[in-house]
Design a binder for this molecule. Structure first.
Ligand SMILES: Cc1cc2nc3c(=O)[nH]c(=O)nc-3n(C[C@H](O)[C@H](O)[C@H](O)COP(=O)(O)OP(=O)(O)OC[C@H]3O[C@@H](n4cnc5c(N)ncnc54)[C@H](O)[C@@H]3O)c2cc1C
Length: 316
């Protein structure tokens, strides 16, 4: 009998032959889960399951999954570390791919360059840069995402952002083909890399500057102190709204008197008005209702449209 990937749990109704076909097309090292709860895979800790959740073990397996999804016209979603996501309570239909396998998590340093897999944690990138005395990625230290998510979101902090230090990206298109793109060929925006809406990031090369470990450590520590002075430790998805041009969203929410305001288990953080925290029993609906309430108050009382920074995905 040919070896195939193990399927955890029973496939959703109608999915049996599809999931078996998928399992046969990838190597046994690829992980396939059915009805995988996504609340445990997001930092906000709310939301329903993925119909089918796959952790490909290699780029070849990932290409097979991507081709399978295209051939079968199944929905595809790429999950990083779930730190910028609000998954609705009905979960995500179709296939959710996560590059959590170690083959996507390497961080290799050559001179001033760091080649990082999309699945690598941003904290690991920052720690390895510090160890090697490389400056430029200190701002990644406190962002709880993966390299893939940071590229998609052009994540930034402390006046720096990901694509300012990216030299090139390695991506896969939805036909399973791999491309290396220099950063000059990758248009980016504030908190977005549109190319990655329909490509999967496999990794990136970050170009840093050689300095001393002590200098990097000092900068990282000062960033960390600033962050934890203003950021809640409770489960959240980071900033809920993009900053409007005229006022930071957090200050606006504070001026509206909404800090501490609750809907069910979701609450506007007392530390930072732009964070919604989960007290442990929130549903995605609680968080969404609280966001709607904040948006309505901002609009009626200050004439300001607030747009979500957190990505809202899935079905009710
Ligand atoms: C406490 C806290 C603090 C935060 N602080 C900051 C901050 O200072 N600055 C900041 O910018 N953000 C911040 N965030 C938000 C979040 O951490 C970043 O946006 C992060 O880059 C998301 O990475 P992720 O791996 O968790 O992506 P996810 O949340 O899993 O996904 C985000 C988006 O990226 C896509 N994606 C993920 N991986 C890939 C891939 N390999 N290829 C293509 N698309 C992919 C997903 O489909 C989704 O569209 C914070 C969040 C929290 C909870």
């Amino acid at each position: 009998m040919t070896e195939m990937a193990t399927i955890m749990d029973c496939p959703p109704p109608g999915w049996e032959p599809l999931v078996e076909e998928l399992a046969r097309r990838v190597s046994p090292a690829t992980v396939i889960h059915c009805h995988e709860p996504l609340a445990k895979r997001t930092t906000l800790r709310v939301g329903g399951p993925a119909e089918v959740y796959v952790e490909p073990a290699s780029e070849a397996d990932l290409a097979e999954v991507v081709k399978f999804v295209a051939e079968r016209a199944v929905d595809l979603f790429v999950l990083g570390r779930g730190s910028n996501l609000l998954v609705r309570d009905g979960g995500i239909r179709g296939v959710v791919i996560c590059l959590a396998h170690p083959s996507f998590s390497m961080v290799e340093i050559t001179g001033e360059r760091m080649r990082c897999g999309a699945g690598a944690k941003l904290k690991l990138v920052a720690v390895e840069a510090k160890r090697a005395g490389l400056s430029g990625v200190e701002f990644l230290e406190g962002i709880p995402g993966s390299v893939g998510g940071a590229l998609r979101m052009n994540a930034g902090a402390m006046g720096a952002w990901s694509f300012a230090v990216v030299e090139s990206v390695r991506i896969m298109d939805y036909a399973g083909r791999i491309h290396e793109r220099p950063v000059a060929e990758v248009p980016v925006e504030y908190r977005a890399c549109p190319l990655l809406k329909n490509h999967i990031a496999l990794g990136a090369v970050f170009k840093c500057n050689a300095t001393t470990r002590e200098e990097v450590a000092q900068r990282m520590n000062s960033f960390s102190v600033k962050r934890w002075d203003s950021q809640p430790a409770a489960p959240s998805a980071g900033c809920s709204f993009k900053n409007p041009a005229t006022i930071p969203a957090g200050r606006l929410v504070q001026e509206l008197g909404l800090k501490g305001h609750r809907v069910g288990g979701a609450m506007v953080s007392l530390e930072h008005g732009n964070f919604i925290v989960n007290d442990g029993c929130a549903t995605a609906k609680d968080v969404l209702d609280l966001m709607t309430l904040i948006q309505a108050r901002a609009k009626t009382e200050r004439g300001i449209e607030l747009h979500p920074e957190v990505e809202i995905v899935g079905v009710d």
